[in-house]
Design a protein around this ligand. Structure first.
Ligand SMILES: Cc1ncc(COP(=O)(O)O)c(C=O)c1O
Length: 448
């Protein structure tokens, strides 16, 4: 009841500031279901309509300014309209955007990725992270001749059928299911797909081993985010990724890292940061410099399956694969993301974490912060969670309040509590966000 009142207050303030967004949302509803075309970006009462982004800021159609601590769910690592990226893209656009032919920038970006990411000997481009994990799984199935996969509870790998299981199953696992039975996250995925999906809790290599002991001969791949992103920026415990590597080798299956978000953690991705090399890697987001992108790569003997000169090769087509704007922006984005930039992001990340944790302590709230590098998540749990189940909180409703209260103070984050940073942020941006966060914690402390 009390929480409901705080939420209503936050919503009223939000509506007062965003009248034009509300009107545009009404128009959008006539032509798009729920006025929306991206489920994860939707929130009630209605999402903002943005006018523009510049550097670390976003401006909505009502003229409100926000510091962007979401960066399109980690993709905009250099903020918005970065002059270096824009310059390259503007020049390239005059040459035409996409033809059914190779362009030199494809092998240039591919060479950068192969040089930087330890597990990537060869790579192919697609247009989203969803496609990247889909093709990585297909490659693993074709290479091993086996149908099934292991994915982690809470793991998000995009929206294709095989991975739409146990992303946010709530407590369903405890009641009706075996630890590793997949729970569909959406209707519309045939039950037959579930037969080839096994679920294990993150940070529990023992559960993976148990599945392999019983079903090892069916399994083509272990698919894992080295740091769980959507589930709440959950880091791997020491030895966990190493143990997955060992199990994959022991059972002759492929280890696939989904680094669509975590590639931002190191110039060589989380695999370099944690010192574990997978067989295949899915990437996306930052490697397109702000344009639609995905890529998957790995061991050259596995990637050879896609060699079109071989009979029976795997087909991987896409009208806009390797298009010029994406390739050029991607190369510029990679050039900007050097070791120095990663170190800077790390420092800013630590500064933000320290400020958030100190606000939580000051008001003795049942909350915690997880962080790896420039990715952070606020949880309403006493202890930082180590897997999906431990993110479940009786105070879940508070996340909604915090999200709206932060928006009302000009701080743009994810409704579920994710924050991440861009290279164009300054210490002052972090400190301003900490002040806003502290103010919000003070407000909600009266209701917890
Ligand atoms: C870890 C991970 N894998 C895959 C995807 C899917 O990427 P896309 O939205 O480009 O399809 C996402 C998107 O957020 C992601 O976070």
């Amino acid at each position: 009841m009390v929480l409901q009142t705080v939420l209503q207050e936050a919503e009223q303030e939000y509506c007062k500031r965003t009248e034009k967004s509300r009107k545009l949302y009404e128009v959008a509803q006539r032509v798009m279901p729920g006025g929306d075309t991206r489920t994860i970006a939707f929130f009630k009462p209605y999402p903002l309509t943005m006018d523009r982004g510049s550097g670390p800021r976003l401006y909505d159609v009502d003229g409100n300014k926000y510091s962007d601590f979401l960066n399109n769910y980690t993709a905009m690592i250099h903020g918005h309209a970065h002059p270096y990226i824009l310059r390259h893209v503007k020049t390239a656009l005059g040459l035409g955007t996409a033809y059914a032919a190779a362009i030199v920038e494809q092998s240039q970006l591919a060479a950068i990725l192969c040089k930087r990411i330890p597990g990537v000997e060869q790579v192919r481009f697609c247009n989203s992270g969803t496609e990247a994990t889909m093709f990585a799984l297909r490659a693993a199935r074709a290479f091993t001749g086996r149908p099934a996969i292991i994915k982690m509870e809470g793991g998000y790998h995009g929206t294709h059928d095989a991975v739409e299981f146990s992303i946010a199953p709530g407590n369903a696992r405890d009641k009706n299911h075996l630890a590793w039975a997949p729970i569909p996250d959406t209707r519309g995925v045939p039950e037959s797909v579930a037969r080839d999906v096994y679920i294990a809790p993150f940070n529990d290599a023992g559960a993976v081993e148990e599945i392999l002991q019983q079903k090892g001969e069916e399994i083509a791949a272990i698919l894992v985010e080295p740091v769980m992103g959507v589930a709440g920026v959950i880091p791997p415990q020491p030895g966990y990724l190493q143990e997955l590597r060992r199990l994959a080798d022991q059972y002759g299956i492929l280890l696939i890292f989904d680094e669509v978000q975590t590639y931002r953690l190191d110039t060589g991705g989380a695999q370099r940061r944690f010192g574990v090399t997978p067989d295949l890697t899915a990437i996306g987001k930052i490697i397109g410099g702000g344009f639609p992108v995905g890529a998957f790569g790995g061991r050259s003997d596995v990637m050879a399956l896609f060699d079109p000169r071989q009979s029976g090769c795997l087909s991987q087509s896409g009208t806009f694969n390797g298009n010029r704007a994406t390739m050029v922006a991607g190369i510029a984005s990679m050039e900007l993301l050097n070791e120095q930039a990663i170190t800077r992001l790390e420092e800013l990340g630590l500064r933000l974490e320290t400020g958030m944790v100190s606000a939580i302590r000051r008001y003795a709230l049942p909350a915690s912060v997880t962080r790896v590098g420039s990715m952070l998540n606020l949880h309403f749990t006493e202890h930082p969670p180590a897997d999906y189940t431990s993110t479940i909180s009786p105070h879940k409703g508070l996340s909604k309040v915090v999200h709206l209260e932060l928006l009302n103070r000009g701080i743009f984050t994810a409704p579920r509590g994710m924050w991440n940073l861009s290279t164009v942020m300054e210490e002052a941006d972090i400190d301003q966000a900490i002040d806003a966060f502290t103010d919000v914690m003070s407000k909600i402390s009266r209701f917890v």
